[in-house]
Design a protein around this ligand. Sequence first.
Ligand SMILES: NC(=O)C1=CN([C@@H]2O[C@H](COP(=O)(O)OP(=O)(O)OC[C@H]3O[C@@H](n4cnc5c(N)ncnc54)[C@H](O)[C@@H]3O)[C@@H](O)[C@H]2O)C=CC1
Ligand SMILES: O=C(O)C(=O)COP(=O)(O)O
Length: 527
Amino acid sequence: MFKVLISDPLSEFGIQKLLDAPDVEVVQKPGLSPSDLLAEIGDYDALLVRSQTQVTTDVLAAGKKLKAIGRAGVGVDNIDINAATQAGVVVINAPDGNTMSTCEHSFAMLMAVARNIPQAHKKLTDGKWDRKSFQGVELNNKVLGIIGMGRIGTEVAKRAKAFNMTVIGYDPFLTEERAQKLGVIHGSVEDIVLQADFITVHTPLIKETRHILSTREFEKMKTGVRVINCARGGIIDEKALYEAILTGKVAGAALDVFEVEPPVDNPLIGLPQVVVTPHLGASTLEAQENVAIDVSEEIIKILRDEPFKNAVNLPSIPAHVMEKVQPYFVLGEKLGHFIAQVTVGSIQDVTIAYSGELAEFDTAPLTRTILKGILSFHLGEEVNYVNAPHLAKTRDIHVTEQKSSSNKGFTNLITVSLKTNQQTRLVAGTLLNGYGARIVKIDDFAIDVAPNGHLLYVHHNDRPGVIGRVGTILGTNDVNIATMQVGRRDVGGDAIMMLTIDKAVTAEILDTLGEMSEIKSVTQIDL
Ligand SMILES: NC(=O)C1=CN([C@@H]2O[C@H](COP(=O)(O)OP(=O)(O)OC[C@H]3O[C@@H](n4cnc5c(N)ncnc54)[C@H](O)[C@@H]3O)[C@@H](O)[C@H]2O)C=CC1
Ligand SMILES: O=C(O)C(=O)COP(=O)(O)O
């Protein structure tokens, strides 16, 4: 039974699939304190959060059983992604579910700050009929600058066009073609700062976007500019904004998010020019259902080891690529596991060559799987698909991917070479149509072995009787040989035997085989 903790308020309707899953026990503790979270997280396989719960290094260290964290929303800045990756915990989010709600909230804030709606409402509910203090400005014919033209920024742009605004958009990923299609002027932050009457930000809060609007930018803006932040506190420098409002440069600001949430002694709150909401962008019935449904479905898949989407700390795999690459995952992990077992010494370099049709795809996910196969032989359960590249890096293991479209006689071929401080070994495998996975090469020996179960890899001199004696020793020890493959360089020279056996052999049997004069080495491999 998987245990899932929900530590922020999530839509009851949205999490129904989780509640109904027969193999999942859901515990809902919205508003769980940081200390209680630390004390309890050790019991859970997955944690579902919104933006309140802080998933820190300590939480991840205490979450010994944690496999996944689901963020029912977009921003993951409340989750220590690096710590999650190092701990091998998958982080997923629900990127699409709250786009419309947040866009509409941003637009509502834009209109509220243009027409002083909250201030006027307050005055009237306080009993004063004041029609002089709240003259606003039109959106018609004004310039809106949008910093961050992702999902939300794009939707805001479309609505602004309907209000007859001129839109200047900036985003490192905005192409001229997309801008044109949206009817947006493709500009820079500088263009926006110099020309906009309204500026709205829709980026994540990252190093590059922190204080993207600060004193320098406010100084250059048009007098009377209005700014909106419904993305993350800290994208606009709050101190600089406060100063710019006091000097009259900025006529108004609409803020849904703050550098510290909930805000403590924030001087912006209470300024007559500032409209505020308590991080309500995603707070609609629809958005909350959408994001809760999305994370619930994906978390169930992760727990059940099924393919899932929206991982934040894994490369994303488009469905058509997944279809092609998926069958190779098992083979890749087995090749990694195989090479780790036959190679002695401490690993320095891993080289993975993809040839044939596979070379056309993004093979990064496959490389992760192969690395997992290699590292898990030495590091065990600690290694998974999420943290394998990180663990390789921290151990100074250099990983190289090579791709070649030549097929070397196979439709697809994966070759894994391992260089240690003592030797370099190689294994290659393919998926044979109708026959499944096969190891087709070990070092420079061609072979054809299904990478399953217990294998014995024998390196010997090609002499008459060696194969027979190996069979006899195994037979007298009640070990049945299921398949046997032999390969040799030259008659009478270096040779290998690869046996599939029905049960694992003991160390004594391995020693007896190893004592035969013609045998150079015997390795038992479990796949
Ligand atoms: N107030 C609220 O309740 C909500 C806030 N948000 C926040 O809104 C933001 C945007 O969300 P989405 O549009 O869904 O994300 P998105 O990922 O679709 O869009 C973000 C865009 O920012 C762009 N970007 C990154 N660095 C940039 C830079 N230096 N300058 C300009 N653009 C840059 C990216 O290229 C991307 O296109 C996120 O921070 C998210 O957390 C999202 C939902 C609700
Ligand atoms: O999705 C986001 O990034 C949000 O900021 C929404 O936050 P919330 O889930 O409402 O706490």
